[in-house]
Structure formats: C-alpha cells, structure tokens
Design a protein around this ligand. Structure first.
Ligand code: FPP
Length: 229
C-alpha cells in the first residue's frame, strides 16, 4: 500500500502529569504545581481551538486520585471549579463545548451543579469539544458501558462503544502523556486501541501550545495501519 497522505488529528487526549515534580524541583508547595497546571490547561485549550481540533480530552481527576491527602483533593477540586467559572465566558464566546466524562455522581451536589451548569451553557457550541475526565477510570467506564449495552441486547464491540462516555466524540487519534511516565494509568483504554501514543519528558506545567502543535505535526507524519499493511 502506498504511504498515506498526512492526516490531521481530530481527537487528542492528554494525561497531564508532573505538577508535583515541577513544584518539588522549585521547592514550592504541590498546590502551586497544580495552579501552574491550570495555566497549561488554559494555553492548551486555546491552542487546540486555534489548531482546529475537534476534541481534546484531559485527564483531570482519576478514580484513584481520591487516595491523595484530603487537602490536595480539595485543592484540585477548587482549582477546577475556579477554572470552569473563570473561563466559561471565553468558552461560550469561542464555541468551545464543555463535556465531563467519568462517574460524576461521586461529587457533591454543589460541585455537580457548577459542572452541569457549564456543560449546559456550552451544549450548543460546535467548535472544539473540551472533555474533562473527572472521577474517571477506564475500567469503570467500560463496565458501565457494558452494563447499559447488555440491557439493550447482545454485547458486541460496537454496542459497548456506543455506550462509552466518549461515544459522541471522534475516534481518539493521539494520546499524550507528560513527565516521562510511560503507562496509561486506566485512561481511555478502549479508545486507545488504534491511537498513536506520545510520551514526553516535559512536565505538565511547562507544556505549551507549541508542544501540542509539534505533537500534531509529528502525528500527521505517522503511518497508521489499523492492523493492515
Ligand atoms: C498530575 O500531577 C496531575 C493531576 C493529578 C491533576 C491534573 C489537574 C490539573 C492540571 C488541574 C486542573 C485541571 C483542569 C481541567 C482545569 P501529579 O500531582 O501526579 O504530579 P507528580 O506525578 O509529579 O507528583
């Protein structure tokens, strides 16, 4: 088969890792690393929008992150809430559609209210979809999807895929993990079946829109075979 033409990524997902190490290197509190991590989120969402990505999925809080000290969990929660509240006008104006994936029921009513309000306000937007994974674990997502699929009829790969939290997003093209760790950590296991993977040493607070642009450029030169030749 002839080498394929460059293709543009439609859906990119990022495991944002290294906030703690970024802070530690500078003898700063972890909370500051997370704060700088939010700045990276802002830059990358703007970049994704400008680069015309259809969907950007960010791993913000995993089902395992509850095991962190209570103070850190609460820091992360309030940072996310503040981010949603402060950037919502910009999303609304720029056509960004906010989506939350994961088992969102675990959050208290006030937090759920903030998230659901923001999702509702941007629901009609047709630009980039920003999917934020909150209390997300891929095995949990697949189990939930399989349960729903089984209630409707035979379980097949298609019937499960149709019930995943990401069912309305384009197929995942590229999965990026920052900070030098090389594992998926229960993120988008099903969706990653044919995704390209990129692992970078850059710590999340140092990740910029330019890093995303380079990743997309690198992606466009990869020869994806989907099991064929
Ligand atoms: C990993 O760093 C990062 C997280 C567990 C949370 C990611 C969350 C944010 C960037 C905050 C806000 C998110 C949004 C969507 C506004 P780590 O603490 O595991 O770093 P380490 O491995 O170096 O300790």
């Amino acid at each position: 088969m002839a080498k394929s033409e460059p293709v543009s990524a439609r859906h990119v997902a990022i495991i944002m890792d290294g906030n703690g190490r970024w802070a530690k290197k500078r003898h700063l509190p972890r909370a500051l690393g997370h704060q700088r991590g939010v700045e990276s989120v802002r830059r990358v969402v703007r970049g994704a929008r400008e680069m015309g990505l259809e969907a950007l999925t960010l791993y913000a809080f995993s089902t395992e992150n509850w095991r962190r000290p209570e103070e850190e969990v609460s820091d992360l929660m309030s940072l996310m809430k503040r981010f949603i509240l402060s950037d919502l006008d910009e999303f609304a104006a720029a056509g960004v559609r906010l989506k939350i994936i994961g088992d969102y029921k675990a959050f208290n009513a006030r937090r759920r209210g903030t998230g659901q309000g923001a999702v509702a306000r941007t629901a009609g937007n047709t630009g980039t979809t920003l999917a934020v994974a909150l209390n997300y674990g891929s095995q949990d997502e697949i189990a939930r999807a399989a349960t729903k699929a089984a209630a409707k009829g035979p379980i097949t790969p298609e019937s499960i895929a149709a019930e995943l939290d990401t069912a309305d997003l384009p197929p995942l093209d590229l999965l990026i993990r920052t900070s030098g760790e090389v594992r998926l950590s229960n993120f988008l296991l099903w969706q990653a079946a044919y995704a390209e993977m990129m692992f970078t040493e850059v710590l999340w607070p140092d990740f910029t829109a330019e890093h995303l642009r380079q990743a997309l450029e690198d992606f466009s030169t990869r020869d994806r075979r989907y099991g064929g030749r």
